[in-house]
Design a protein around this ligand. Structure first.
Ligand code: PMP
Length: 404
């Protein structure tokens, strides 16, 4: 069991007011809030250890390097990667996807197929379209149904010996649908294709086991899991990371440089050119510790309770429609009030201190499917309460009266 009153004390921001009202933060799918345990590691780093890593013989540099590498071990353990060098620090999910997409430029040829899903964030669409432009590969799309689920029979039909890569999100940011990634991975492997899973939205709610999943690449952002912005991770199977060329050239990623020829460093440094977000990496480790301290089973149970409570209360409002009604979903509710633009609802909620996201959520193809400009999205975290949901429901009712 999770003690939400105690947990809320860890998050300084949750006690602030917005527009004279207590903040109700329901934009967790965009970025999660940061507990003081994580903030403290950043302050501690800049107060006591700030130095460049991996290259200094002096004490500060060694201490900073140790902390940064210890955080990599924490990430490795959390995702159950076989080796720590299979964890590449990135600036976030977007960076991880671009790194892999860039690497596949030299592995694809005209006529190869790569497969995406209809439920993706633009970050998991655009880099692959750019890859197709570079290589002449074809981008195929697994369609979705009205519940916001992938049509798995169509996926099976798309797969062939030409399929080289499949990339889908574990959980949809716009609808909250949990995709059947075990099945997606197994079917892709049957035709010899590699799989990248976008874990930006899953990692705040579940603890993925990359070895059990047998996934080839898994990417995530620290800021969705109570860590800082500008840091994330790419897990790649060793064999794949060895096969892919470096993404960026620079310091840190080389073995030897001459003007005739440069040789590259071993994993993970081959993919980590330049001075990284050192404090961010250390704080990412602290965020993982924090979330594991609460426990992912406790988090899932609590958030599911919030989801059910909010879904029932919101559906009591006449003219409110929820998009994404799969039984397999996480604590995200995307909705609209009939005849009212989502932006207007969001603006009124903000006046009441309630932070929700409005718009297409960087997932325009999903909005096109439903033929809507966007939705209001309330996304919950383990530090939210039923009382806050009551505030949201009252706010939506108020917005409906004001805007009708
Ligand atoms: N994929 C999904 C499913 C997301 O929700 C997000 C963040 N909204 C991203 C990718 C991109 O993450 P970042 O901006 O941290 O790189």
């Amino acid at each position: 069991m999770l003690n939400v009153d105690e947990i809320r004390k860890d998050f300084p921001i949750l006690s602030r007011e917005v527009n004279g009202k207590p903040l109700v933060y329901f934009d967790n799918a965009a970025t999660a809030q940061t507990p003081k345990q994580v903030i403290d590691t950043i302050v501690d780093y800049y107060s006591n250890y700030n130095a460049n890593i991996h290259r200094g013989v002096h004490t500060l540099s060694q201490e900073a390097t140790d902390l940064y590498e210890q955080a990599r071990y924490k990430i490795q353990a959390h995702f159950n990667a076989k080796f720590s060098h299979e964890i590449i620090y990135t600036s976030g999910t977007t960076h991880g996807i671009n790194l892999v997409a860039n690497g596949f430029s030299s592995l694809l040829k005209k006529g190869d197929d790569i497969i995406v899903s209809a439920l993706e964030h633009h970050s998991n669409i655009v880099p692959w379209q750019m890859l197709c432009e570079r290589t002449g590969a074809n981008l195929k799309v697994i369609p979705m149904n009205a519940e916001g689920e992938l049509v798995m029979a169509e996926y099976s039909n798309l797969l062939s010996k030409n399929t080289k890569l499949v990339f889908v999100n574990h959980i949809s940011n716009a609808l909250g649908t949990i995709n059947p990634i075990e099945d997606i991975i197994a079917q892709a492997h049957n035709v010899g294709a590699a799989v990248l899973i976008d874990g930006a939205q899953s990692t705040p709610h579940v603890k993925p086991d990359v070895q059990k999943l047998d996934v080839d690449f898994y990417v995530a952002s620290a800021h969705k899991m109570c860590g800082p912005t500008g840091v994330g991770m790419l897990y790649g199977k060793e064999e794949w990371l060895k096969k892919l060329p470096p993404y960026q050239g620079g310091g840190e990623m080389i073995a030897e440089v001459t003007f005739e020829k440069t040789t590259y460093a071993d994993l993970p440094h081959k993919f980590e050119a330049g001075t990284p977000n050192i404090a961010g990496g250390i704080a990412f480790g602290a965020a993982i510790d924090y979330m594991n301290g609460i426990g992912f089973n406790n988090i899932a149970d609590f958030e599911n309770e919030l989801l059910e409570y909010a879904t029932n209360k919101l559906l009591d409002i006449e003219g409110l429609k929820i998009y994404g009604t799969s039984k397999h979903k996480t604590a995200v509710i995307s909705f609209n009030l009939e005849g009212i633009h989502p932006y207007d609802v969001g603006t009124i909620l903000d006046k009441l201190g309630i932070a929700v996201r409005t718009g297409h959520h960087c997932a325009q193809p999903i909005m096109d499917y439903y033929k809507i400009p966007g939705t209001v999205r309330a996304s919950f975290a383990f530090y939210n309460t039923k009382a806050e949901i009551d505030t949201l429901v009252a706010g939506v009712k108020k917005a409906k009266i004001m805007l009708s």
